[in-house]
Design a binder for this molecule. Structure first.
Ligand code: APR
Length: 238
């Protein structure tokens, strides 16, 4: 990997692949099915309207797994937090993941474009709240006190990702773009590399395998995110 110049502002986009080694299943590996339900049943506004209890059960289980003590940040998360701490410049992490493993590894100001598993949102007021316990279709909302007004603070299929203005600003001011563990199947995240590249920014992909957007990257670091991210961070810091 030979960079044109020393970067000053790095934008890092992470996907499910960075959390795979922490024991959280990636999306494409699950073949679009979860315990025989299509992901549209459990991750779309229509699905929630049709069967809110099923959707809550799905996210309750994912939240329980995240909080179980079995899931920890892996060396890839830790390497990125070290980079944020030691790099002489700006390091912005944008994640498509709804887990909190970047934060648990010490990273700051992580942009969660697809929401957060440990938050719920009041449908009436739009306010988001940190909630770690199980939620049911009849749980009263702590915000408006009405039953059935809480939904997962997650961006579902057909919904607009969060923080897009901030992300756009980052993509238009960075001088190095890195994507780690994302398949490039979901837009607009899959287009971020093109936005950066159109400005002449160098781009790096870290992934176990080549993806449908691999051609858009200048450099490919192929392997486990834990190993490749650590190596990449060491190289940048020396
Ligand atoms: N190290 C590096 N890459 C890995 C590893 C690993 N240990 N394990 C898996 N990968 C790669 C896979 O090769 C794949 O390219 O991670 C990628 C995971 O892809 P997806 O499962 O499609 O996850 P992601 O790209 O984050 O999905 C985007 O889709 O359903 C939506 O909202 C959901 O945020 C999610 C979005």
């Amino acid at each position: 990997m030979k960079l044109n110049k020393k970067p000053k502002h790095i934008v890092i986009l992470t996907g499910a692949g960075i959390s795979a080694e922490s024991g959280i299943m990636t999306f494409r590996d699950s073949n679009g099915l979860w315990e025989n339900h299509s992901v549209y049943e459990v991750a779309s506004p229509d699905g929630f309207q049709r069967d809110p209890e099923l959707v809550h059960r799905f996210y309750n289980l994912r939240r329980q797994q995240l909080l179980s003590g079995e899931v920890h940040p892996n060396p890839a998360h830790l390497a990125l937090s070290k980079l944020q701490e030691k790099f002489n410049g700006i390091v912005t992490i944008i994640t498509q993941n709804v887990d909190d493993l970047h934060e648990r590894s010490g990273s700051r100001n992580v942009i969660h474009m697809h929401g957060e598993l440990l938050k719920m949102r009041c449908i009436e007021t739009g306010r988001s709240l940190t909630i770690k316990k199980d939620i049911h279709a009849t749980t009263p909302c702590p915000c408006c006190l009405k039953e059935g007004n809480l939904r997962p603070h997650i961006v579902w299929f057909g919904e607009r990702p969060m923080h897009m203005d901030k992300i756009d600003t980052e993509l238009h001011s960075c001088d190095l773009f890195v994507a780690i563990g994302t398949s490039g199947h979901v837009y607009p995240a899959a287009m971020f590399v093109d936005t950066a590249r159109e400005r002449g920014v160098q781009t790096i992909e870290i992934n176990l395998e080549s993806t449908q957007i691999s051609d858009s990257f200048d450099f490919h670091l192929v392997g486990n995110a834990s190993v490749e991210t650590e190596k990449f961070v060491e190289e940048l810091l020396t």
